[in-house]
Write a protein that binds this ligand. Structure first.
Ligand code: HAM
Length: 423
């Protein structure tokens, strides 16, 4: 085998791409209904953006970034996520000058140097939304209900929406202190990563997947125990609104998320059936992030979901639409003269928006009919020497096996009529 694709990446081939397009189209229509506009930002950014935005103590910045020096000796990083990029664009492109809040969505590839396994890639794709410039709990509820609405639309079931509040820097500092105090005597029994986290970012210890760390932290103080009045009122209001919107959520006081920028609301959506990597969506509020990267204080909230994981859930739950026949008709031209005539007809039909293909290798009738069936064509349009002499074309319905002859001059109109009828 020659050159292979990099580990943790995928080729998306025809057959699979249609599933992606279906998901992408559903996402776009839900975003339109909720009044979100699309944003596209560069796939690489100055490394500093993620160091400051995502946070120095996170796994992403410490271990997972694709960072390189460009030819001008600038440190660049392939984006591991897009929230920091959207906040940068909000400041740089002066989106704060537009009516607030600014409601944006995006889809695209992200890059993290993680250990590849089922559901975990080095190039993966996210759909995400970010709302900037509003701090009201209504925004939190709208964002979470957008996720809920999308999953309902896709027909997914068995989803668990976990919600928590990680508080503001003031209540978080209190929690950090209490947590360190609780863990002080057990510190040496924690896994190596959590021992490092003890000073750097003790909150993340609550999120460790290691069973012995989970046992050691059972009964540890959670963020909920230390919320200040403002954060607590905000959280209660979000929960009440989620109830109104019909979102089936569960408060999970141990949910902390792996990125540093979160304040107040944090949430995740899991589906058991897709394996170890069961989180298909994660997000939360980040009221300090815009400031952190150099803008004026601006509240924000959003989420991102892993497209690959949503597709796996759709596959497992058998919720992907049946593949539609891709081709309306296959034009079968036999001989050079018929090819000339057929080529013109092909172009006229395509101008009408009809999907039609033609054999490009001069194969015989049998081989071309076989190809037409394989491509799921409804009709074969057959043009041989005999037909040319009579100035007709043969239209064969490949499903019913019926065929009729029509004058060549009427071909476009007649075929278009069939097309408009739906078959
Ligand atoms: P995140 O939790 O790091 O959050 O990623 C969000 C989702 O992306 C995950 O729930 C998962 O479905 C998917 N994902 C992450 N890493 C991988 C991977 N290596 N392979 C496959 N899928 C993956 C963020 O990225 C935040 N920017 C979300 C956010 C937006 N928070 C506020 N606004």
């Amino acid at each position: 085998m020659g050159i292979q694709r990099p580990k943790g990446t995928q080729d998306l081939l025809p057959g699979t791409v249609e599933q992606w397009q279906y998901l992408e189209e559903t996402i776009r229509s839900v975003c339109r209904e909720f009044g979100y506009d699309e944003i596209r930002t560069p796939m690489f950014e100055a490394t500093e953006l993620f160091q400051r935005g995502v946070g120095q103590t996170t796994d992403i910045v410490q271990k997972e970034m694709y960072t390189f020096l460009d030819k001008g000796d600038r440190s660049m990083t392939l984006r591991p996520e897009m929230t920091a990029s959207v906040c940068r664009a909000y400041v740089e492109d002066k989106l704060f000058g537009q009516p607030q809040p600014v409601k944006l969505y995006y889809m695209g590839p992200m890059f993290r140097y993680e250990r590849p396994q089922s559901g975990r890639f080095r190039q993966f794709h996210q759909f995400g939304v970010e709302v900037l410039g509003a701090e009201q709990p209504l925004v939190d509820a709208e964002v979470i209900s957008l996720v809920w609405n999308l999953f309902q639309r896709l027909g997914l079931s068995g989803l668990e929406v976990h919600v928590n509040s990680v508080g503001c820097p003031i209540c978080r500092a209190k929690h950090r202190e209490q947590l360190q105090e609780f863990l002080a005597t057990r510190r040496n029994e924690l896994c190596k990563d959590c021992q490092d986290r003890y000073e750097r970012n003790p909150l993340r210890i609550l999120d460790c997947k290691n069973p012995s760390c989970q046992t050691l932290t059972a009964g540890a103080p959670t963020t909920k125990d230390t919320l200040c009045e403002e954060c607590s009122t905000h959280f209660e209001r979000v929960l009440a609104l989620l109830g109104v919107a019909g979102v089936a959520y569960r408060v999970n006081p141990r949910l902390v998320r792996g990125l540093d920028y979160y304040t107040k609301t944090a949430f995740e959506v899991m589906v058991e059936e897709i394996g170890a990597q069961s989180a298909i969506c994660g997000g939360g509020r980040y009221d300090k992030l815009v400031e952190e990267i150099g803008g004026s204080p601006t509240p924000g909230i959003g989420f991102a979901m892993g497209i690959e994981r949503v597709l796996t859930a759709l596959q497992v739950q058998n919720k992907l639409p049946e593949e539609k026949p891709r081709l309306f008709a296959m034009l079968i031209a036999l001989g050079e003269k018929a090819q000339n005539e057929g080529f013109a007809l092909l172009s006229a039909l395509r101008t009408q928006g009809i999907s039609v293909s033609m054999d490009l290798q001069g194969r015989n009738l049998k081989a071309q009919l076989k190809a037409a069936n394989r491509q799921g064509a409804h009709y074969a349009l057959i043009l041989g020497e005999e037909e040319l002499e009579k100035n007709v074309i043969l239209i064969r319905d490949l499903t019913l096996g019926e065929q009729s002859e029509i004058p060549l001059v009427d071909a476009v109109e007649e075929i278009n009529k069939n097309y408009q009828r739906g078959v």
